[in-house]
Design a protein around this ligand. Structure first.
Ligand code: B3K
Ligand code: ZN
Length: 892
């Protein structure tokens, strides 16, 4: 760092804005060299502010100020102050019109924040603090204003000019230029501003709202992708209907637009009426897009749409409240996806993300509560904690209250705070007020970091027919929080009798939030509030097998001493689909952990036959009519190396990899016939459809293929090659290539190189497909991957200015546990080199990909030293961005 270290912003220092902006009129003249932005802001002092005499300090960076006027009078340069970050104005009246004109250079904006160019088009990204790169402004979410935007640009190059709201006027000027004026009738903070200009095509559809209003829906793209928009449009229509049905939320403007852009730092952005999307989250066509990507498009389109209420109509007071909109909106999109497909599969995926990314974050140096207390760079807090743990916290409220009362709470929240910028406390208070409940202890989830642990013991007393679950909760210290207050935890459990059915037993009503008694299930939501608590069930005729934490009812680590037989029993019988999967995962974890210990003790590791026979039984279940085959595929997927590493005190990367691969080989060899038969049974010649059933069939088929390829016989290699060459859809093609690339057999070498080459040649003009080509290679667990990945850095198609491409190669490689953690340290060096290069190009992305290096404490002394060395190397460079500085300095 050249200058002094950046300072942290604290939640406790929050003050209301000293000035307000009622109206914002922008004139943006887009140019190839320079863009001029004139902002006319109708401003007044905020009567609620205590800082009545203070000067006006506007945010603004990376721009050249050309003029400033107050109430139409031009100011001299001695009447205001300009720094790298602010424009300051003194001696202002109570109400005034401020006009500034600045020059900016979007063409040089590689950070992709503010106004920038993605290929030939102009676009914007203003959340969290990008608007200050466009013009001087009070760039904070609690300053809400009515926007009117006029865009002026060359008519041939940029025939389409878009901004938020409705287009109210347009015309042409001299020299081939044209202009369009957009007016957004809703007050909004600057982070929801958007602008797009380009040579775009679009598809159009309509949605009739519950009150009968007709909404025009448009999705824009560069012409080459016009045939990949239908799925996003259908998803949008489903999301709009769902939000009306489930939350009673109707869309407000008359038009809703989505624009797909190639260069985008994250998935998408919920700008009012004009969502901007990473192409990866909007484009879909069977031959270019995998099933997973189809599902992601559906989920992200819904997520951004849902923000129109949870985020835009009711927004955040400050960025510490980010989870107010993100946690809630993720919870909403999860509910939507669960309703659109298999609810259990969605839950499994949600929990996988939580465990693979959020739990590690919560146990590491960057651990923060879902409402952080301080930050240096807010962009570093768009984390799985704020998003996914935030969603879990909202889900717990839903579980505690039940669906009906939760809806009463959201109705009150939306009604009470429409048009306001509010806090997470306001959200919880609305839940309390609507239902006359006390959630004060529950609020600890907002202020404390770390993943709580629930240790459970059980005792059965035959003579009294009672069954007791003793629950102890604890939570490890996290940075800045040595000791934690006990949490309120909804702990869902069921008790299985010997036949596998749920017991309809009794429990003291005070101990439970609710009991869900159905024909085939009986689930108790135990209300855990104290550090140590006993829950006594009465009239229990026999000792049950407990099904604990059904549906993953709280984001905790559950410790209970299950026997392997118990787990196999739960896999077979548990009425809760999530816990059937969970039992399988626990069994696999136990088996692999044993093998890791055997390897560490210098013994030959042996795979427990119980695991193989269980896998065989689960495979067989896939033949039963009506069974959810995607769920079967999930049950047969072993816990990831990343998760296994997180479970270990000190992760022995090589032993984990070896043990896990051995289990895979054993399944491959012992179940070969069955895998082949299920593979064939689930192959189909009918044309591609992205329906739940077909997606499930392909998932199971391709899982079988990946196991079969573990041993890589000539027959199986031929199968993969044939699938690669003949499939009509990207799910099957990419699964086959992945299987070939990952196959350790020497015989696969030539076919794999051939497949990779033809794939590249065929798809070289489809960026999202080429991203997959990079990522498949970066994720290959074989030892040659490091060389390959380093070589790919110089490939003509690699471009670190395009975030999707960078993520496809560099971020994918960091998830390749065994290769990234190679004891030579080459993997770490590779990542640090990328971070250093990217630091000056795109700091947001640089700090995001840096993340894996922050987990050094999980590894052995040698690796720790190598990882920390790279962090130090990063910290020593000149001009380190705030983004990278914060992550590296907090981690080292
Ligand atoms: N709200 C945006 C994220 C913006 C990230 C800014 N660095 C997308 C979303 O969560 O919907
Ligand atoms: Zn969001």
């Amino acid at each position: 760092m050249k200058e002094g270290q950046p300072t942290a912003i604290q939640l406790k220092d929050y003050q209301v804005p000293p000035f307000l902006i009622s109206e914002t009129a922008l004139r943006i003249e887009l140019g190839e060299g320079v863009t001029h932005v004139t902002a006319r802001l109708k401003m007044r002092r905020n009567p609620e502010s205590e800082q009545q005499g203070t000067p006006l300090v506007l945010d603004g960076a990376g721009m050249e100020l050309q003029s400033v006027a107050i109430d139409e009078r031009q100011l001299n340069s001695n009447e205001y102050g300009v720094t790298d970050e602010n424009l300051t104005l003194y001696d202002l009246p109570g109400e005034f019109l401020l006009e500034t004109t600045v020059a900016i250079k979007p063409q040089h904006n590689t950070a992709l924040e503010g106004l920038y160019k993605s290929g030939d088009m102009f676009c914007t990204q203003c959340e969290a603090e990008g608007f200050r790169n466009i013009t001087y402004y009070l760039d904070r979410p609690d300053v809400m204003s009515r926007f009117k935007t006029t865009i002026v640009a060359d008519k041939d190059k940029y025939p389409i000019l878009l901004s938020n709201g409705n287009d109210v006027a347009r015309g042409e000027t001299t020299h081939g230029q044209h202009w369009v004026t957009w007016e957004d009738p809703f007050m909004k903070p600057a982070y929801l501003f958007a602008l797009v200009a380009g040579d775009l095509q679009h598809i159009e559809a309509e949605f009739v709202t519950c009150s009968g209003r007709k909404i025009k829906l448009q999705i824009f793209t560069e012409p080459a992708n016009i045939d990949k928009l239908d799925h996003a449009m259908a998803s949008l229509q489903h999301a709009m209907a769902w939000d009306e049905r489930v939350y009673g939320r109707e869309y407000d403007l008359d038009i809703f637009m989505i624009v797909a852009v190639d260069s985008f730092n994250m998935g998408a952005m919920e700008n009012k009426g004009l969502n901007i999307f990473n192409t990866s989250c909007v484009l879909a066509r069977p031959d270019t897009t995998t099933d997973k990507a189809y599902q992601r498009v559906e989920g992200v389109v819904a997520h951004e749409y849902f923000h129109n209420w949870s985020g835009n109509r009711v927004t955040c007071r400050d960025w510490f409240q980010l989870s107010l909109k993100e946690g809630f909106t993720v919870f909403r999109d999860q509910g939507f996806s669960a309703d659109m497909g298999s609810a259990t599969v969605c839950r499994v995926e949600g929990v996988r993300t939580l465990r693979d990314s959020q739990f590690p974050e919560d146990a590491g140096p960057m651990a923060h509560p879902i409402r952080p207390e301080s930050y240096i760079e807010i962009n570093n807090f768009y984390t799985t904690t704020v998003y996914e743990k935030g969603a879990e916290v909202v889900r717990m409220i839903h579980t505690l209250l039940g669906a009906k009362r939760f809806r009463k709470g959201t109705d009150l929240y939306f009604e009470r705070h429409d048009g306001q910028a509010v806090t997470t406390d306001d959200f919880v208070n609305a839940m309390e007020d609507a239902n006359a409940v006390d959630l004060s202890q529950f609020k600890n989830w907002y202020s404390q970091a770390g993943t709580p642990e629930l240790k459970v013991d059980s005792t059965y007393n035959q003579s009294e027919a009672t069954y007791t679950l003793s629950v102890r909760q604890s939570c490890e210290p996290s940075p800045g929080q040595q000791s934690k207050q006990p949490y309120q935890i909804p702990f869902s459990v069921g008790l299985l009798d010997a036949s596998g059915g749920d017991m309809a037993v009794e429990i003291d009503a005070e101990e439970v939030s609710s009991i869900d008694r159905g024909d085939s299930h009986c689930t108790f939501v135990l209300n855990v509030t104290r550090p140590k608590q006993d829950f006594v069930f009465n009239n229990v005729p026999e000792e049950p097998v407990p099904s604990l934490l059904r549906g993953f009812s709280a984001p905790v680590k559950l410790v209970y001493d299950y026997s392997r037989d118990d787990l196999m029993f739960l896999m077979r019988h548990d009425a809760d689909g999530f816990n059937r999967w969970e039992a399988g995962q626990r069994l696999a974890v136990a088996v692999i952990q044993d093998m890791v210990m055997q390897i560490q003790a210098g013994h030959a590791p042996a795979v427990d036959d119980k695991l193989i026979s269980t896998c065989s039984a689960v495979l067989e279940q896939s033949r039963e009519p009506g069974v959810d085959r995607e769920m079967i595929a999930d049950m047969l997927t072993l816990p990831s190396e990343g998760y296994l590493a997180e479970l270990a005190e000190i992760a022995d990367v090589d032993a984990i990899h070896r043990a896990r691969e051995l289990v895979r080989s054993e399944i491959s060899v012992q179940l070969r016939k069955q895998l082949l038969s299920i593979y064939k049974q689930n192959s189909s010649n009918k044309p591609y459809a992205a329906t739940g059933e077909d997606i499930a069939r392909r998932a199971l088929k391709n899982l079988c293929l990946s196991y079969l390829m573990q041993t890589g016989s000539a027959e199986v290699i031929a199968l993969a090659v044939a699938q690669c060459e003949s499939a009509d859809n990207m799910t099957d093609v990419s699964s086959a290539i992945r299987a070939l690339v990952d196959c350790p057999a020497e015989d696969a070498r030539q076919p794999k190189e051939h497949a990779l080459k033809s794939f590249y040649d065929k798809w070289r003009h489809e960026p999202l497909v080429i991203d997959q080509w990079f990522s498949i290679q970066a994720l290959c667990p074989l030892p040659e991957t490091l060389d390959r990945v380093e070589a790919l850095l110089t490939h003509a198609a690699f471009d670190n200015k395009v975030p999707n491409r960078l993520r496809a190669l560099v971020a994918s490689f960091t998830r390749n546990v065994v290769n990234f953690h190679d004891t030579s340290g080459r993997g770490y060096r590779f990542l640090a080199d990328s971070v250093i290069e990217l630091n000056s190009i795109n700091p947001i992305l640089a700090s995001r990909i840096l993340n894996p290096l922050t987990r050094w404490h999980k590894y052995d002394a040698r690796r720790q030293q190598l990882m920390r060395h790279e962090l130090e190397r990063i910290l020593a460079i000149d001009d380190l961005s705030k983004d990278v500085f914060e992550i590296a300095s907090k981690s080292v």
